[in-house]
Ligand binder design. Structure first.
Ligand SMILES: *Cc1c(COP(=O)(O)O)cnc(C)c1O
Length: 324
């Protein structure tokens, strides 16, 4: 069973998602750093979704989607494929809504993410991300067990849920000139764009991808979805091969620009977060800040929102990055 609706989401869906998430998702803090401001010659506002439930913004889209299941769908449960954060988000949302969950994960997913997914009560099925097709595996399992497959980014309810983080930021910090958002499949960016269009039309929203996997940037320039092989980057949450059928048109229509950051620039950003701001951020979560610093967008004198997307990283892995 797949979800029926593939109508593109709009801002009303983001507002409805915010209502559903009230009391379920954290309203995450917006942090400042005078050192960051001085270095960039700008005012930076860090929206900390690394402090969201399950350690990433994905809880927003997952809960918003599962909360709209029919009684029959709830009974059969939910199935998802994910490199990690969508998995934990689905697992916790399923537990909160009292339904079974099966998660299909790459066998080399970070240990902390896999363990957390199991701890939330989901069953984990693994596959090889370089040789096997996770979507085919997931579809077969969903069919066999009658479970509803929830994709990590290309679904209207997921996109609407992800948009609630930017909605909160725009409500808390008016007059932003820029918002930088990391991009994997584009769910977070698409949702943020819908929020920006309604709440901060003056704000230029910039997507940031790993330099090794700039399919979104290529798509944005080409005017159609460009697919690439799975990129090798430390930003494991953004190793997607292509934008989605729903996320791409929204990004194409509303994004101001798409820029990239190298793994080295991500490590520098992670170091800044740990040393100066005392926060644990995962490599993918540092994309937006790295893009603001190194992406050749002139932010001088501007008010700049930075969406920190997640904080799930094995600490030994983080320590290795920072030791280099
Ligand atoms: C999923 C994820 C992303 C990418 O989000 P998309 O909606 O696929 O673009 C970025 N950062 C983190 C931490 C994530 O978990």
């Amino acid at each position: 069973m797949t979800l029926p609706s593939l109508t593109p989401p709009n801002y009303d869906d983001v507002a409805a998602a915010a209502h559903r998430l009230k009391g379920m998702a954290h309203r995450t803090p917006v942090l400042r750093s005078s050192t960051a401001d001085e270095r960039q010659g700008a005012q930076l506002f860090f929206k900390c979704e690394n402090l969201q439930r399950t350690g990433a913004f994905k809880f927003r889209g997952a809960f918003n989607t599962l909360a709209q299941f029919t009684d029959e769908q709830r009974e059969r449960g939910v199935l998802a494929f994910s490199a990690g954060n969508h998995a934990q988000a689905i697992a916790l949302s399923a537990r909160l809504l009292d339904m079974p969950a099966v998660i299909v994960m790459p066998e080399d997913a970070p240990a902390a993410k896999m363990a957390a997914t199991r701890d939330y009560g989901a069953q984990v099925v693994t596959y090889n991300r370089y040789t096997e097709d996770r979507e085919a595996i997931s579809r077969r399992l969903a069919l066999e067990r009658g479970m509803t497959l929830v994709p990590p980014f290309d679904h209207p309810h997921v996109i609407a849920g992800q948009g609630t983080a930017a909605k909160e930021l725009f409500e808390e910090v008016p007059d932003l000139d820029y918002l930088f958002v990391c991009v994997g499949g584009g769910g977070l960016l698409a949702g943020s764009l819908l929020a920006a269009e309604a709440l901060a039309p003056q704000c230029r929203v910039v997507g940031v991808e790993p330099a090794a996997g700039n399919d979104g940037q290529q798509s944005f320039k080409a005017g159609h979805v460009v697919q690439i092989p799975t990129p090798h980057t430390i930003a494991d949450g953004a190793q997607t091969q292509a934008l989605g059928q729903l996320t791409f048109p929204i990004i194409q229509r509303l994004a101001d620009d798409m820029v990239t950051a190298t793994d080295e620039q991500l490590v520098e950003s992670l170091r800044f977060f740990a040393e100066r701001m005392k926060i644990v951020v995962e490599p993918t979560g540092a994309l937006a800040f790295a893009g603001a610093q190194y992406g050749n967008v002139d932010i001088h004198g501007a008010r700049v929102g930075i969406l920190i997307s997640g904080g799930n990283v094995d600490l030994s892995r983080l320590a290795r990055f920072l030791a280099d």
